[in-house]
Design a protein around this ligand. Structure first.
Ligand code: NAP
Length: 321
């Protein structure tokens, strides 16, 4: 069985930044790509808010560059998805695609979170061409356009409010008459004159000409009638799922499934296992914050392996709940 000093699970901005730092620290990291190599940024088009790229950069290109940078310093990549881990003792055991087995003295978990999707016809085909899951990433492209935000939680309120900076009109489309969002977030959205509401409807399909979104078909839950709401942009804000199912019962997770870290470092409840990026961060969820936490995780691992830190790595993780 292959044994490594550090394995990094996931290749979004957090995992790849951790790989760059760990490789430059001569830790010979091995990175498991995951089933969406490059992470969520590979689903976006232009990234305009990652520092260092004044003219913007395409999401897939940014991730490709990060990977090349990690490879340049010696990081090795394994294709596949981590199907199980055994964190009960060190070295930890990592199984990829149910078949490939590895041992690792330390682990960095950066498996990210996946935006929940509606699962309706036209939705996945139009991602990056009018359908988005990230207002901060893509809102700018909808200047003076009509936008729909789907969802009734805090994310939907926040994204809709943010999008009014760009859009001519934002319509919140929600499946019930009551919102799930906190009162303060609801009120902020309700007070915004650019925000309209279409409640108690179920999204049925995304309308487009194949290149550009033209509408969202919805079914009225009271009458059963369907109609098309005209729009050029549909932001899906119905929550995220952290990719932590393979960790169940082995590491402290919060109620939703995000990995708990101690708040100061990237240490988890298991000594030698560190977490960074969206898998432990339900709040910021930006490429740059994920990259920053990936850097922290690599530095934490380096200190852990050196055994030279005064940090209590077995700290009970509570601060990022
Ligand atoms: P959430 O609270 O789970 O809300 C998801 C919303 O999407 C709900 O209104 C839900 O409808 C709707 N939804 C779920 N699946 C759907 C489907 N298949 N079709 C149509 N609608 C669907 O998720 P969130 O808004 O992302 O928030 C997650 C957590 O982050 C929350 O704890 C939230 O408070 C927090 N957060 C806080 C802030 C802030 O304070 N600034 C900002 C964002 C998020 P139902 O209501 O009918 O279930």
């Amino acid at each position: 069985m292959e044994k490594h000093r550090v394995m990094i699970l996931g290749t979004g901005p957090a995992g790849l930044t951790a790989a760059i730092y760990a490789a430059r620290a001569n830790l010979d990291p091995v990175v498991v790509e995951g089933n969406e190599p490059g992470g969520q940024l590979t689903l976006t088009t232009e990234v305009e808010n990652f520092p260092g790229f004044p003219d913007g950069i395409m999401g897939p290109e940014l991730m490709d560059n990060m990977r090349k940078q990690a490879e340049k310093f010696g990081a090795k990549f394994v294709a596949g998805w981590v199907t199980s881990v055994d964190l009960s003792q060190r070295p930890f055991k990592v199984t990829v695609d149910d078949t490939k087995q590895f041992e690792a003295e330390s682990l960095i978990i950066s498996t990210g979170a996946s935006a929940k999707m509606l699962g309706i016809p036209g939705e996945s085909e139009m991602i990056g061409r009018g359908v988005s899951t990230c207002a901060t990433c893509d809102g700018f492209f909808f200047r003076n356009k009509k936008i729909i935000v789907v969802g009734g939680g805090d994310s939907a309120m926040e994204e809709a409010t943010f999008l009014t900076k760009f859009a001519s009109e934002v319509t919140i489309v929600h499946r019930r008459n009551e919102l799930r969002a906190s009162k303060v977030m609801q009120q902020r959205a309700r007070n915004n004159p650019k925000i309209k509401w279409v409640m108690n409807v179920t999204p049925v399909s995304v309308k487009s000409d194949g290149n550009k979104v033209s509408g969202l078909e919805v079914k009225d839950n009271a009458t059963g009638e369907t109609r098309v709401l005209e729009t050029e942009g549909i932001f899906i804000a119905i929550g995220h799922s952290p990719n932590t199912k393979f960790l169940a019962g082995q590491i402290d997770l919060d109620d939703v499934g995000y990995i708990k870290t101690d708040g100061v470092s990237t240490a988890t409840s298991v000594e030698g296992v560190f977490a960074c990026g969206d898998v432990m961060d339900p709040h910021y969820r930006q490429a740059i914050t994920a990259a920053g936490s990936g850097c922290k995780a690599a530095m934490d691992v380096e200190r852990f392996l050196e055994g030279s830190s005064s940090h209590d790595w077995s700290v009970s993780a509570t601060a990022n709940q």
